[in-house]
Design a protein around this ligand. Sequence first.
Ligand code: PAF
Length: 267
Amino acid sequence: MRTVRTIAELQAALDPAATVGLVPTMGAFHAGHSSLFRAARAENDVVVVSLFVNPAQFEAAEDLAAYPRDEAGDAAVAEREGVDVLFATSADELYPGGYATWVEVDGYAQRLEGVFRPGHFRGVATICLKLFNIVRPARAYFGEKDAQQAALVQQLVADLNAAVAIRVLPTVRDDDGLALSSRNSRLTPAHRGAAVALPRALHAGAAAYARGEDAAAAAQRVLDAEPLVVPQYVEVARFDGRLVLAAAARVGGIRLIDNVTLKEDSA
Ligand code: PAF
């Protein structure tokens, strides 16, 4: 595996005839990232993983500063999973002085996460389009845990005719059901214990939906019973052909999101 830091180095490392699978990441790899790397490995000649904690998608400077970073550990995981190129780059490289262009995706960006994190999806859409233009992948890989992000990227690709296929892979969970997230490493043991209320609530919501009851209300009741969890939203939403129950909550100051499928459009 090669680690490159500049756009010029990255492009020099890629054979234009090879099909490239891109996994955009912000690092702090866990088994969810590994599942994306493996999917990319299985479908492409070359696997590129970008590692960039994108300041444009953080509203609060403290949240950006506190985001877990471990480039050496990440490089070891990527190498083990058969990644060819780690594009570990910087804000100076991607947003040089005078940078002035931003991508706004209407609709998805104004709901749920977009309400609680104004500006977040503008940063996500901009960095994803930049990475697609820089890497020119045949396919790019995202996780279903960030279902709204995945749907927004699909909208971006369709609207701006980006020549990349978006693959969305299932959420990877710990044994107790908590969705893997780089942010989980910042939970204290007490908060880690309480955080499991989030998947439990979504599970209860899905069971209520199957009985013809209000999914969001059922999930909200479970969250309200856990004093260490501060819910931000619990809502039914349609993301790219999937009806999902999505939720966000703060647990000990750490913001966690998750969702479960209630119904596929074809079902
Ligand atoms: O999901 C993430 O880690 C980020 O939002 C992404 C897609 C890498 C863009 O910075």
